[in-house]
Ligand binder design. Structure first.
Ligand SMILES: *[C@@H]1O[C@H](CO)[C@@H](O)[C@H](O)[C@H]1NC(C)=O
Ligand SMILES: *[C@@H]1O[C@H](CO)[C@@H](O)[C@H](O)[C@H]1NC(C)=O
Ligand SMILES: *[C@@H]1O[C@H](CO)[C@@H](O)[C@H](O)[C@H]1NC(C)=O
Ligand SMILES: *[C@@H]1O[C@H](CO)[C@@H](O)[C@H](O)[C@H]1NC(C)=O
Ligand SMILES: *[C@@H]1O[C@H](CO)[C@@H](O)[C@H](O)[C@H]1NC(C)=O
Ligand SMILES: *[C@@H]1O[C@H](CO)[C@@H](O)[C@H](O)[C@H]1NC(C)=O
Length: 267
């Protein structure tokens, strides 16, 4: 009987179901359920993880733990009629709140990479403990830029991307000689540095080169445009500036010479 109802759990509410539901709550109240909420938070931000008991049960104590390498480390507890206790290592970093012993929240301030983990909230009831594991997803927004230069018949373009989780860099077209390096920053973010070397005599050089950076479902593009490449090349700039200087010097000399000539004629 109970077996059948469990199977048809999503079917419309029936009188039979109601009876069985009441019976099962009476006989196994420790199987109450919790609605956990996962949260995403930016590095340095504040965040609360919350657990809400769906049934009204007699709760005597609420405990929060942190999952470290598959084991659970006690963060702190909150007992009925007692103050909260926060264990060493978590003091000053977190706060546990309990609302009517039916809802509990743990708040983290100035979140660092160390808080990127799953946690466990445990409601101790008269009939046994009920727990759930909400997770915290710590991220850092993307910082990226492109740098390129042309020398010795080669275009060297480098894309820099820093973020958490690790950003991905790809090049379009995906030809040329590529090198990629990765740095783990002290704050836990990852920097990816991807360089591409293209021979300016090759036919592939005629196409625009695009650096694509993807991070947390967002894609950013940086273009090395063909026209700009010519502009940014130092050789034409040097030639233009040299010609300008020569023209100025020559015209200046001519003007000066003419003036002197006129003055001499005039007197
Ligand atoms: C985090 O909380 C602290 C203390 O309440 C506050 O000073 C700070 O501005 C908050 N930071 C953010 C990013 O909201
Ligand atoms: C936040 O934490 C970082 C290191 O994790 C620290 O450098 C910074 O001073 C902290 N900021 C505040 C406002 O406590
Ligand atoms: C390309 O440029 C990057 C950054 O400026 C540099 O680290 C790298 O060595 C250069 N590669 C070549 C082959 O010159
Ligand atoms: C983390 O470190 C990287 C590299 O030093 C830096 O660019 C970034 O701004 C830092 N993030 C935060 C939130 O401080
Ligand atoms: C660049 O490509 C051209 C033609 O493909 C070739 O002749 C030249 O040697 C290459 N330059 C370098 C530095 O590899
Ligand atoms: C980066 O690329 C790899 C494989 O292409 C993928 O598994 C991973 O999720 C990507 N990471 C991000 C942050 O997009």
């Amino acid at each position: 009987m109970l077996f059948k109802v469990n199977e048809d759990f999503s079917s419309p509410w029936t009188f039979q179901g109601l009876i069985v539901g009441i019976i099962s709550i009476l006989f196994s109240s420790a199987q109450g359920s919790i609605e956990p909420q996962n949260e995403a938070v930016e590095l340095g931000g504040n965040v609360s993880l919350r657990c809400v008991l769906k049934e009204t049960l007699e709760v005597t104590q609420v405990t929060w733990q942190k999952k470290i390498d598959g084991n659970f480390d006690n963060i702190g507890t909150y007992g009925k009629g007692k103050n909260q206790t926060i264990n060493n290592g978590y003091k000053g970093k977190v706060n546990i709140r309990v609302l009517e012993l039916k809802e509990t929240a743990i708040t983290f301030w100035n979140v660092s990479i160390q808080e990127n983990a799953c946690y466990r909230c445990i409601f101790n009831t008269l009939t046994g403990p009920i727990s759930k594991e909400p997770c915290l997803d710590v991220y850092d927004h993307l910082r990226s830029f492109l740098h390129y230069r042309i020398s010795d018949g080669h275009l060297n373009a480098t894309c820099f991307a820093t973020g958490l989780p690790r950003p991905n860099i790809s090049w379009v077209p995906a030809r040329g000689e590529k090198t990629e390096n990765e740095i783990i920053n002290p704050n836990g973010t990852l920097s990816v540095i991807s360089s591409i070397l293209v021979n300016t005599s090759d036919s592939q050089y005629a196409q625009d080169l695009i650096c694509k950076v993807s991070h947390r479902g967002v894609e950013r593009e940086f273009k090395v445009p063909m026209k700009e490449k010519a502009h940014w090349s130092p050789v034409p700039i040097v030639i233009t500036v040299s010609i300008l200087i020569i023209v100025i010097v020559i015209s200046g000399t001519i003007v000066l010479c003419r003036r002197r000539h006129r003055k001499k004629r005039g007197f």
